[in-house]
Ligand binder design. Structure first.
Ligand code: 3SL
Length: 240
């Protein structure tokens, strides 16, 4: 008898997550520009725990209780908090051993949507190879959840989901690819020669470039800066 294949699929926005969700998939949260990149950097620099929250109000309550808090909306750090959403804000000894609360426009919304899943992990170009090796070792269905922009499709998360699909399925026919991640894999194959150029007209890249965040973009698109894989457990992200 033929062995049943594992599934890998992609979901274009948190809003669509209820359509794709099942009880058995590992969900990879993707917000390449910039939340999941910033989270990977924070763990690389030794943060102990990150508490993702969906709203600025919740973030403010944590701040009032004395927590360190990162808060971003529409690409801008919000006044009165300790960090924004740039990976560079989380580089250095100041995050080591700390618990940091984080709210962002899209990334923490995707975590919120998926938090009841079997396992929820954080993906970015910065940890892509470590993430793919770990996913392969788990022998489970995979759902790539793109944070998008305010529940709409975005190109950079789509390209990353395509890259993960490509790496996982290359020479490996244990996985059955859903149409969404098949489409994103073809997209990645067009983008991979020069992802920065491919994304040059994408809405979020233009938005961040207008905010003078070109260095953030370049860094967030640089593969394999870390081997850490943040995982969601008991209401917080911790290092796997
Ligand atoms: O929405 C998010 O989570 C952010 O990554 C958006 S931004 O890169 O800070 O604009």
């Amino acid at each position: 008898m033929k062995e049943k294949k594992l599934k890998i699929d992609a979901c274009f926005s948190p809003h669509l997550y209820p359509v794709y969700k099942d009880n058995d998939s590992i969900v990879v949260i993707i917000d390449v520009l910039r939340a999941t990149s910033a989270i990977c950097v924070a763990f690389e620099y030794g943060v102990e725990k990150m508490i993702p929250v969906a709203t600025v109000e919740e973030a403010r309550e944590y701040k009032q209780k004395g927590f360190l808090v990162g808060a971003e909306r529409n690409g801008l750090a919000i006044d009165g908090f300790d960090f924004g959403n740039s990976p560079f804000h989380y580089m250095g000894d100041h995050v080591k051993g700390k618990t940091i609360v984080l709210t962002t426009t899209n990334g923490t919304q995707a975590i919120e949507a998926a938090k009841g899943a079997h396992k929820v992990v954080i993906g970015s170009f910065l940890n892509i190879d470590a993430l793919c090796s770990w996913l392969l070792s788990q022998n489970k269905n995979i759902l790539l959840l793109c944070s998008g922009w305010k529940n709409k499709f975005n190109l950079e998360d789509a390209v990353f989901a395509g890259a993960v699909t490509d790496k996982i399925s290359h020479g490996n026919d244990n996985y059955k690819l859903g149409d969404a991640c098949l489409a994103l894999m073809y997209l990645y194959q067009m983008a991979k020669e020069n992802p920065i150029k491919f994304l040059s007209h994408s809405s979020h890249k233009e938005r961040l470039a207008a905010l003078n965040l070109k260095e953030d973009i370049r860094y967030c698109l640089t593969p394999n800066q870390t081997k850490v894989i943040p995982i969601y457990k008991d209401g917080a992200l911790v290092k796997l």
